[in-house]
Design a protein around this ligand. Sequence first.
Ligand SMILES: [Zn+2]
Ligand SMILES: [Zn+2]
Length: 372
Amino acid sequence: MLRKGILFFVFLALIAGAISCSVWRQLGKMPNDKELSDFVSSEHFNQDKQIFENRRPELIEAMSKRIDMGTMVDFFLNDTPHRVPEEPLPEMKPVDIKRFLEPTDSVRFVWLGHSSILMNVQNRILLFDPIFSNAAAPINFMVERFQPPVIRLEELPEIDWILISHDHYDHLDMETVEFFKDKGARFAVPLGVGAHLRYWGIPEDRIFEMDWWQKKSVDGIDFHCTPSQHFSGRTGQDMKTLWASWSVEAEGVKIFFSGDSGYDIHYRQIGERLGPFDLVFMDSGQYNLKWREVHNLPEEAVKGAKELRADYLVPIHWGMFELALHEWYEPVVRSYQSANTEGVNLLTPMIGQVVELEQPNAFARWWEDLIE
Ligand SMILES: [Zn+2]
Ligand SMILES: [Zn+2]
């Protein structure tokens, strides 16, 4: 009996160990001293503090002071209604991968929910901020997704490039990164994020780490790492890795992906230097006036899209995780109103729907049926 009891406790200890090991690994790896010293040339790296900074460095501290205990209580305890959908959101399942992969002279994309985008641009297959695990947190039952991924990792077509905007859990997912360990996909990431990828087993020669305004041309694609106004870290506001947006150009087709960002002058600058864009994906959800510096309000995303000189705007960073206090549908409702007022072409596909930029699908306002 005693022996059985001991075995049981050993078993429990092993399980606890395995869980904590996984949690530990999820935290990733910060750049080491050697890597940090390589950031000397970055204008956004503060040598004294050894951290990356926004154009206006004081913003994040001011914001942190505003987010007090009351905000936390609201977030964790106050059950404001409809922050999570009552039922799973409608989706196009299975994703029509055959159609997605058909040769294109333009761009085709699938919104996978939140900021995860699968894209076929001029027949190169890209994934932006892919998250396939159950939660946007190191612990599986925290920040759970509204519904399972519309497509499984194993069902994805061969991916050429994975672009990451920053190291927050809802954008950089260990499980997804590890899936690509033995595949050919290369990673384009902001400075410092490579340390996480190396720790999770991605070989050095498949990691392209870039600073804001840096450009790399590979396989006929121009990748521009561009600014965003945000912060980083997997254990708090570490700021040891850079956050970014991305501009991608392939044979004349231009795409912009905002990553997570508050509104600032960078949209106009990027629009002037690299625009006009055929298609822009803008952070339009999980906002709050208290943390307005790090997430656009939907109206600011629309304004930003105009400054980027965008033909089409897709609101992202909504529809999968509850990371703010607003109703789950508020981002798309406000984006829709604002885009109408401002004369911006908005694309609001369902999760899993293949969107052709050459013949933009007519989208039903599918969320309206779900608002009570
Ligand atoms: Zn973030
Ligand atoms: Zn985010």
